[in-house]
Ligand binder design. Structure first.
Ligand code: KG4
Ligand code: ZN
Length: 333
């Protein structure tokens, strides 16, 4: 039995969690600072770092108390070292290093993206080989995993990430940042009235592009304004969401066809999207050998429990770091 404490602070959530054997969440304390960033329409790095400093010890205390453990019950300290904002990452890293040093525990470096994917184990165990559709505010990737801790990027976005396109379209629609959830909810009330083109639809491979879609939405809204017409917001949301889902499903189908796998994982903040979860549930019927494992909704956004899940794989593989571990803001797989 392995119990890890995990620290996550790569963007605007300060989180500390305690996770057993990479799959049982004993606690997951998350302090969100979204209200402080909303009026700026995005994350302000300096503001984010200050919030992390304020919250890191509080979330640590809550995580230990909720899990009802003491440092003596723990086997290691997992921490996100990238990708993310350097000033934000540093706070979690310092917290984790201090805790590891004070209690003589090994420090386990964790890639934030591997964390998002590992959170699928809170649903059911990932079986390998597996394919992960990793969709967040900063990343959109199809990742092939031959085994635990092995990642091969099959495709990625050329420009905007899927979540980023939601947030940019949300700004146009005067919705609060981050707009993914609000657009998703609006979309469920609307009809697909505009057929937005899918970028790179006829190109081979598994890559994505979302900036053209964003421009198409902006043009549509501006043209309607010039004609003195108003586009129904719910219909606009439904049309935009349908185009995003079409692109994601299309490339995922292609990857599943070319690389037969046992599990399809859906991970990252956009994995909370109800339309996308439904569309992939339908898609998987075409692949009877593959099980669809979406990350449970409460773990799709940034949280430390997912870092504890990925940290467990590293612990088993003896991937440890010294106290000189640095941040890697641009880390990929
Ligand atoms: O993984 P995450 O919490 O942070 C990053 O690592 O980027 O992802 C945040 C992204 C934001 O762009 C947000 O708008 C999007 O996830 N998001 C959604 C939904 N909930 C959050 N996008 C579409 N539909 C949702 N329901
Ligand atoms: Zn994330």
């Amino acid at each position: 039995m392995t119990t890890l404490i995990a620290f996550e602070s790569s963007a605007d959530e300060t989180s500390v969690a305690v996770v057993k054997d990479g799959k049982k969440v004993l606690s997951n304390a998350v302090a969100t600072q979204i209200n402080s960033h909303q009026r700026f329409g995005g994350i302000v790095p300096e503001v984010a770092s200050r919030h992390h400093l304020e919250w890191i010890t509080k979330t640590l205390d809550i995580a230990l108390a909720d899990a009802n453990v003491t440092p003596g019950d723990l086997d290691g300290v997992a921490v996100t070292y990238g990708p993310g904002l350097v000033g934000s990452l540093l706070v979690g890293l310092m917290g984790a290093k201090t805790f590891a040093m004070a209690h003589d525990l090994p420090l386990i470096p964790v890639n934030h993206l591997a964390g998002h994917i590992a959170a699928a184990n809170f649903n059911r165990p990932i079986e390998y080989p597996a394919l992960a559709l990793m969709v967040s505010g900063g990343h959109t990737e199809l990742v092939l995993m031959e085994k635990e801790n092995s990642f091969q990027i099959l495709g990625e976005t050329y420009d905007d990430a899927a979540g980023e396109s939601y947030d940019k379209v949300g700004r146009l629609m005067k919705l609060n940042y981050p707009a993914g959830k609000a657009i998703d909810e609006l979309a469920q009330k609307g009809q697909v009235t505009i057929n937005f083109p899918q970028a790179m639809a006829h190109e081979a491979g598994y890559d994505f592009s979302f900036s053209g879609l964003k421009s198409a939405v902006i043009n549509q809204v501006h043209n309607a304004e010039q004609r003195g017409e108003e586009i129904d917001q719910a219909d606009l949301a439904a049309s935009f969401q349908a185009a995003v889902i079409k692109a994601l499903v299309d490339r995922t189908r292609r990857a599943l066809t070319d690389f037969p796998v046992k599990s399809l994982v859906l991970a990252g903040g956009v994995a909370a999207n109800s339309g996308l979860r439904l569309a992939l549930t339908d898609l998987i019927e075409e692949f009877p050998e593959t099980t669809f494992i979406p990350v449970p909704k409460q773990y799709t956004g940034d949280n430390a429990a997912m870092i504890g899940a990925a940290g467990y794989f590293n612990y088993k593989d003896k991937v440890f770091a010294g106290l000189d571990l640095n941040t890697h803001p641009g880390l990929d797989f």
